[in-house]
Design a protein around this ligand. Structure first.
Ligand SMILES: [Zn+2]
Ligand SMILES: [Zn+2]
Length: 151
């Protein structure tokens, strides 16, 4: 057990940040990061829908100095609506999305929340690109809920 009052991962540090760990499904890529839980966001843009294969995507930014990656993700470069080129990193073996970052200036990495072990504690604070949100994705609470696999 670590000494001191801070847990190694999860829980807030004294400066309001959280140490998290994550990685891909097959385990070839993993990381440690220190993030600010207030910056967790959902993106409803159509690129996130297509590239994630999901109705929307959630992520949290981390500065390069607070991000330790092990393993070599494959990358795909897309041109965003703004014209900026974004690098999307994913595991070449299992396909898990890992992060996005700027092509020119890799100072911040947007970690994909689904790969973060502490994701249940990271409630999003904002949702963006709501004009392209799937209308049903904004309110799934009323859809019948089953504790495990769907029929
Ligand atoms: Zn993998
Ligand atoms: Zn998006």
């Amino acid at each position: 057990m670590p000494t001191g009052t801070e847990k190694r991962f999860g829980g807030q540090t004294r400066n309001g940040r959280m140490r998290i760990e994550g990685g891909c499904h097959c385990g070839r890529i993993s990381y440690d990061a220190e993030i600010n839980p207030d910056y967790v966001v959902i993106c409803h843009c159509t690129d996130c829908q297509t590239i994630s294969g999901a109705p929307y995507r959630a992520s949290v930014p981390v500065k390069t100095e607070n991000f330790k990656l092990s393993g070599q993700p494959k990358t795909y470069v897309k041109t965003a609506a703004s014209g900026n080129k974004r690098v999307l990193a994913f595991c070449a073996d299992c396909g898990s999305a890992i992060y996005s970052t700027s092509l020119e200036n890799r100072l911040v990495f947007n970690l994909r929340l689904g790969g973060v072990k502490q994701r249940a504690q990271l409630t999003p604070k904002y949702q963006g690109w709501c004009r392209s949100a799937l209308p049903w994705a904004m309110d799934i609470g009323h859809i019948p809920q089953i504790p495990d696999q769907t029929p």
